[in-house]
Design a protein around this ligand. Structure first.
Ligand SMILES: *[C@@H]1O[C@H](CO)[C@@H](O)[C@H](O)[C@H]1NC(C)=O
Length: 273
């Protein structure tokens, strides 16, 4: 039932979106950095008259295939530098470099079909340019070695404060697998804005049973960007258990030798008879 509903929605969606298939704009970028924007279209029977990109309503890129003199027109801007990375009859991809904070805002792609329809379609996406580059998160309270009996607790926080609207997400991983909800909890002063901390709680025995050490990684994600910090969690493997093992395997060997000896004695006795 649900599948049927989804396909109906998709069907109507495709039927409506003849020309412009969509834009691909990163949610976040960083001042001084780069962003790749794509606009995909499918003209089928008609031809492209023009494809334009706008930032906050100001045109910065124009492609008009019929204009022999200047099929590409890029307007210089103080907000960013624009270059064309790729162009064919289905997609135009631009690279914006030297981004400034005021490059934040609405990015709109507009596609106009050739005469006679001049059908126009647009698609818009928002990008926020943050002042500071993304730093790896900070681990708080981690020790070099733990006891197998203790509950290991480590906090993870962003290095810089974030605006409520542009809050990164944090996740914990053990040996590359995401840690379940039962082993994480909010960390730090939750009333303190901009620092969404997340702590990890692992029973030491869990590490001990995995051989004494595990790689714990805290990953910070903001839109398409990720940074992470890791720590090898080590648990003291008690000497007593080595001694126990040594003795038990030793006594097994002893029993074996005694058994073989007894068998030999028995055969010797039998042959004598
Ligand atoms: C574009 O709009 C965004 C969001 O409203 C704003 O932050 C940004 O400064 C604007 N940039 C320009 C150059 O108008």
């Amino acid at each position: 039932m649900r599948g049927a509903l989804i396909s109906i929605v998709l069907f109507f969606h495709c039927a409506g979106a003849d020309l412009l298939l969509g834009v691909d704009v990163p949610l976040y970028a960083f001042a001084g950095g780069q962003a790749t924007l794509s606009c995909s279209y499918d003209l089928r029977a008609t031809r492209l008259y023009s494809l334009k990109w706008y930032h906050n309503g100001t045109e910065f890129y124009r492609h008009v295939p019929t204009e022999r003199e200047k099929p590409i027109n890029i307007k210089p801007s103080l907000k960013f530098s624009v270059s064309e990375l790729f162009r064919n009859d289905q997609r135009v991809t631009l690279s914006l470099t030297q981004l400034t904070v005021s490059a934040s805002g609405q990015y709109r792609c507009e596609v106009i079909a050739e005469h006679p329809s001049f059908r126009t379609e647009t698609s818009t996406a928002t990008m926020t340019v943050l002042r500071e580059p993304l730093s790896p998160p900070v681990l708080v309270g981690a020790r070099e070695i733990y006891e197998p009996t203790e509950l290991i607790k480590i906090g993870c926080q962003p290095r810089q404060p974030f605006h409520e609207e542009h809050k990164p997400t944090l996740q914990w991983f053990l040996e590359g697998s995401q840690v379940g909800a039962e082993w994480v909890s909010p960390y730090g002063n939750t009333l303190q804005r901009g620092y969404p901390g997340l702590s990890l709680h692992v029973p030491g025995e869990q590490i001990a049973s995995a051989g004494g050490s595990l790689r714990a990684e805290c990953r910070l994600t903001l839109g398409p960007h990720q940074r992470s910090t890791f720590k090898i969690l080590r648990v003291r493997v008690r000497m007593i258990s080595y001694v126990d093992n040594y003795h038990s395997s030793g006594s097994e060997k002893v029993t074996g030798i005694v058994y073989i000896y007894a068998l030999l004695t028995l055969t010797t006795l039998l042959s004598l008879v």
